[in-house]
Design a protein around this ligand. Structure first.
Ligand SMILES: O=C(O)COP(=O)(O)O
Ligand SMILES: [Mg+2]
Length: 229
């Protein structure tokens, strides 16, 4: 049997489908300011780089004067920090996390979502006890695709060195490039918020349902261990 290794997860678009809540919060702020709302698909395509990049994209899409940015982001955060009503776990995600934890893998989270809404959503879905390490989009000055937040999560889970023996699981360009920069093998969930074709992103393996993840983790670890010098 494979030796367990730390596994770090992305959050939005990987474990949870949070785009409907993010969309609702963005549109509430736009409406308050007499700006036409944006469709869900459009807002979903803006998610992945954290709140600052989300609002850079909203401001560009709606041709908003940049001077309004701080007030818009503050109004958004007031709604977003505890927005869970429209968010759902992706099918099989919690079961897969349970199976991986039971197999002895230390689990962690590395998200570009700020810590406050991250903690609320983890508690809401009963995930906090599975995730002893959580790094949010405002935990460090750097955000994914910079490797620093993922390196910190891995270090806190005891995976260090030039190529830590660990895995990262995520959905987006930000995750793929972050994992490649660490470097750690990257498993990509194909039903998330990625805009780029999977073939164009660095990755070790793809899955489209969380039922497949425990088997894919075992196969990826076996492959890396065999090829290790
Ligand atoms: O909030 C975002 O923009 C992205 O969050 P994620 O890193 O969990 O995908
Ligand atoms: Mg994501």
């Amino acid at each position: 049997m494979n030796r367990p290794c730390p596994i770090v997860f992305d959050l939005d678009g990987t474990l949870i489908d949070s785009a409907p809540d993010i969309h609702a919060c963005v549109n509430a702020v736009l409406r308050e300011n007499d700006i036409a709302p944006l469709p869900l698909d459009r807002v979903r395509s803006f998610i992945g780089g954290g709140v600052d990049l989300l609002w850079t994209r909203v401001i560009a899409a709606c041709a908003i004067e940049p001077v309004h940015r701080p007030a818009l982001i503050a109004a958004f955060m007031a709604r977003y920090h505890d927005a869970t009503a429209l968010t759902r776990l992706f099918p099989g995600a919690i079961e897969a996390l349970g199976r991986l934890a039971d197999a002895g893998h230390p689990l962690g989270l590395c998200t570009n979502k700020p810590m406050a809404p991250t903690r609320v959503v983890l508690d809401h879905f009963g995930l906090s006890h599975l995730m002893p390490v959580v790094i949010g989009g405002d935990s460090l000055p750097q955000r994914k695709p910079d490797p620093a937040p993922l390196r910190l999560a891995l270090a806190q889970l005891g995976a260090t060195g030039d190529a830590p023996r660990a895995l990262y699981v995520g959905d987006s360009e930000f995750d793929a490039h972050c994992a490649a920069a660490v470097p750690v093998p990257f498993l990509i969930y194909s039903k998330g918020y990625r805009m780029t074709p999977i073939d164009e992103l660095p990755h070790q393996a793809v899955f489209d349902h969380f039922d497949q993840l425990p088997g894919l983790v075992a196969a990826t670890i076996a492959g890396s261990d065999v090829s290790a010098p």
